[in-house]
Design a protein around this ligand. Structure first.
Ligand SMILES: NC(=O)c1ccc[n+]([C@@H]2O[C@H](COP(=O)([O-])OP(=O)(O)OC[C@H]3O[C@@H](n4cnc5c(N)ncnc54)[C@H](OP(=O)(O)O)[C@@H]3O)[C@@H](O)[C@H]2O)c1
Length: 244
C-alpha cells in the first residue's frame, strides 16, 4: 500500500502506543483523525503534528459508549472524507481476581478493547468495501494468547480481539482489504498505572511505543499480495537495553 496521502482513524491516540503510531503515520504523509478521552493531550498532539504536512483532527470519545463510537466514526468520515486505515489501539487493563472484580470493570474492558474495535471495524469495512481497499490494524497483546492470573477480563477481551481480527481478515481478504493484529509484549507506556521510566529501569529491554509504531508501518508497507494476519512483537532481551 502506498501510504502517503492515505487517511487514518486512530483510537487511543492521546498517549503511549497510539500517540507513537499517530506521529509515525504523520511523518509518512498520512492524514489523521485521532481520538481518546483526554482532550488536552489530543490537542497538544495535534499542535505537534501541525509541523508536518498532513491534515489532523480529533474528537474526544469514550469508546465504552456505543453512541460515542458511532458519532466518532461519523465525524472522522466528515473530517477525512474517507478512511483507508483504521487502527484499533485504545485499550484498558483492570486487574482483579474473577471472584472479586466488579462486573462493570469487566464490561468496560470488553466494551473498549473488543466491542468498540468490532463497531469501528464494521463501519470502516463498509466504506472500504465500496472502494475495494483498506487496512484495519488491531492492537492486541501477548495477553491475546497467554493467560495471566488476575487479568482474566483483560485476557478474555484480548483473546477475543485476536479471534475477531483473524476472522474478519478472512471475510475481507477477497475485497482487497487487509486486517492484521499486532501482539506486543510489555511496552513502556503508562498502561496499568506505572510510569514508563520505571518499567524501563526494571526491564531495560522492554519494547518502546515506537517499536509498535514501526511495526504498524511495516505492515502498511507490505506488498499488495502479502498479508500478515498476526504479528507477535516481543522484546529481544528484557535485561539488556537496545535503545538509546
Ligand atoms: N503497554 C503495554 O505493555 C501493552 C502491551 C500489549 C498491548 N498493549 C495494548 O496497547 C494498546 C495501547 O496501550 P498503551 O500501552 O499505549 O497504554 P496507554 O498509554 O494507557 O494508552 C491507552 C490509550 O487508550 C485510550 N483509552 C483508554 N480507555 C478509553 C476509553 N474508555 N475510551 C477511549 N479511549 C480510551 C487512552 O486514552 P484516554 O485515557 O485519553 O482516554 C490512551 O490513549 C492497548 O490496547 C493495550 O491493551 C499494551
Amino acid at each position: 500500500m502506498k501510504i502517503k496521502g492515505r487517511k487514518a482513524l486512530i483510537t487511543g491516540a492521546s498517549k503511549g502506543i497510539g500517540r507513537a503510531v499517530a506521529k509515525s503515520l504523520a511523518s509518512e504523509g498520512v492524514d489523521l483523525f485521532l481520538t481518546a478521552r483526554d482532550g488536552n493531550l489530543l490537542e497538544n498532539l495535534i499542535k505537534e503534528l501541525s509541523a508536518s504536512d498532513v491534515k489532523a483532527g480529533y474528537k474526544i470519545a469514550d469508546l465504552a459508549f456505543e453512541n460515542e463510537v458511532n458519532e466518532l466514526f461519523a465525524d472522522a468520515v466528515k473530517f477525512l472524507g474517507d478512511i483507508n486505515i483504521l487502527i484499533n489501539n485504545a485499550g484498558i487493563g483492570i486487574r482483579g481476581n474473577v471472584t472479586e472484580i466488579e462486573v462493570s470493570d469487566w464490561e468496560k474492558m470488553y466494551s473498549v478493547n473488543l466491542k468498540a474495535a468490532f463497531m469501528l471495524s464494521r463501519l470502516a469495512a463498509r466504506e472500504m468495501i465500496k472502494r475495494q481497499s483498506g487496512y484495519i490494524i488491531n492492537i492486541g497483546s501477548g495477553a491475546s494468547q497467554t493467560p495471566i492470573a488476575e487479568y482474566a477480563g483483560y485476557c478474555a477481551s484480548k483473546y477475543g480481539l485476536l479471534g475477531f481480527s483473524e476472522s474478519l481478515g478472512l471475510e475481507l481478504r477477497e475485497r482487497n482489504i487487509k486486517v492484521s493484529i499486532i501482539l506486543p509484549g510489555s511496552t513502556a507506556t503508562h498502561f496499568g498505572g506505572a510510569a514508563p521510566e520505571d518499567k524501563i529501569s526494571a526491564k531495560p529491554g522492554i519494547l518502546r511505543p515506537d517499536d509498535v509504531a514501526n511495526s504498524v508501518l511495516y505492515l502498511l508497507k507490505q506488498s499488495d499480495i502479502a498479508w500478515t494476519s498476526v504479528m507477535n512483537l516481543r522484546p529481544l532481551n528484557l535485561k539488556r537495553a537496545h535503545h538509546k
